[in-house]
Design a protein around this ligand. Structure first.
Ligand code: FAD
Ligand code: A2P
Length: 272
């Protein structure tokens, strides 16, 4: 090694499993998204999550689970993140800039994958908050439209501004050169708010239980022969949605045992 390369290495030490940030967008004071380079060897199924992070003050990696928000075919990786003011990782991650490096462990896993569901006619994506992230991947995945006649994206947040990342992503789908034609009129987008007026309001759970979402979209109530669902939100949300789906006769599945719906936590809450 020459003196010149030695000093370059010393000036910019490489993180283990480092990837470079290529874009950052701040959506609200609590939400941002970013894109990073993709390790050449990384293969994943749309809907899976990986561990990402930064080096902690003690020099050890500080890692957290993150859904990959980009589809499996994308050359880069996208993530959609909360900013927890005193969160060990996100209090720092929210300040990343283009050209910075993050750590990404290339071991994708997760239950929100097409392989974990039996074939059906309609797929329901049910989410709150950053639980939208795995569906940002699956909504851009050609397999979603190849496998289902109808795709229903329900996303609920407290306020309208928190829906904006999802709204722009959905809006861009029909003009997407790769999947625009496949999306056609299959996609029903049903965003709602719970603490600010909007054209549709109310919790996912209430809109399913009351039948309002079926009436608004002109769809029949869920039934286990035709409907499939993927669920991603807080633990309380996941538990409540699971009860409702089971009430419609759907059964929870897993990678090793495909059934009618699958669930994943969007985050691990305080004290859980
Ligand atoms: P932490 O110490 O991890 O969390 C502190 C507290 O903040 C938590 O106890 C909880 O009350 C709250 N919190 C953490 N994450 C969230 C969140 N996403 N929404 C609302 N409140 C939260 N986070 C993302 O932002 N995007 C993702 O795509 C994502 N995917 C995940 C996938 C899985 C399978 C799991 C288990 C978690 C995922 N998370 C995701 C949460 C993520 O792992 C971290 O918890 C989050 O980045 C905050 O890290 P932190 O170190 O700043 O705070
Ligand atoms: P609400 O405003 O009625 O509590 P949070 O920001 O607390 O993570 O919540 C995100 C969204 O999820 C909010 O719109 C919230 O509605 C909704 N929500 C929270 N808990 C549940 C639950 N158990 N079932 C359905 N929706 C929920």
């Amino acid at each position: 090694m020459t003196a010149a390369t030695e000093s370059q290495t010393a000036a910019k030490p490489h993180l283990p499993d480092a990837q470079t940030v290529t874009a950052v967008t701040h959506w609200t004071d609590r939400l941002f998204s970013f894109r990073v380079t993709r390790p050449q060897s990384l293969r994943f199924r749309s809907g899976e999550f990986v561990m990402i992070g930064l080096l902690g003050d003690n020099g050890k990696p500080l890692l957290r689970a993150y859904s990959i928000a980009s589809p499996a075919w994308d050359e880069e990786l996208e993530f959609y993140s909360i900013k927890v003011p005193d969160g060990p990782l996100t209090s720092r991650l929210q300040h990343i800039k283009v050209g910075d490096e993050i750590i990404l462990r290339p071991k994708p896993v997760g239950t929100l994958v097409h392989d974990a569901l039996l074939p059906g006619k309609r797929i329901w994506f049910l989410s709150t908050g950053t639980g939208f992230a795995p569906f940002a991947s699956l909504l851009r995945e050609p397999e979603t439209y190849a496998k289902y006649d109808q795709v229903i994206m329900m996303h609920t947040c407290r306020e309208v501004a928190e829906l904006e990342y999802g709204r722009q992503l959905v809006e861009s789908l029909r003009d997407d050169p790769l999947i625009g034609e496949m999306v056609g009129d299959k996609l029903h987008y049903y965003p709602t708010t719970t603490r600010e007026p909007f054209h549709h309001t109310g919790r996912v759970t209430d809109n399913l239980s009351s039948g309002k979402v079926f009436a608004d979209l002109g769809l029949p109530p869920m039934n286990p022969d035709k409907d499939r669902a993927m669920v991603c939100g807080s633990l309380a949300f996941n538990v409540d949605v699971k009860t409702i789906l089971e009430g419609f006769g759907l059964v929870e599945g897993a990678n090793s045992d495909p059934r009618q719906f699958v669930v994943e936590k969007a985050f691990v809450g305080d004290g859980i």
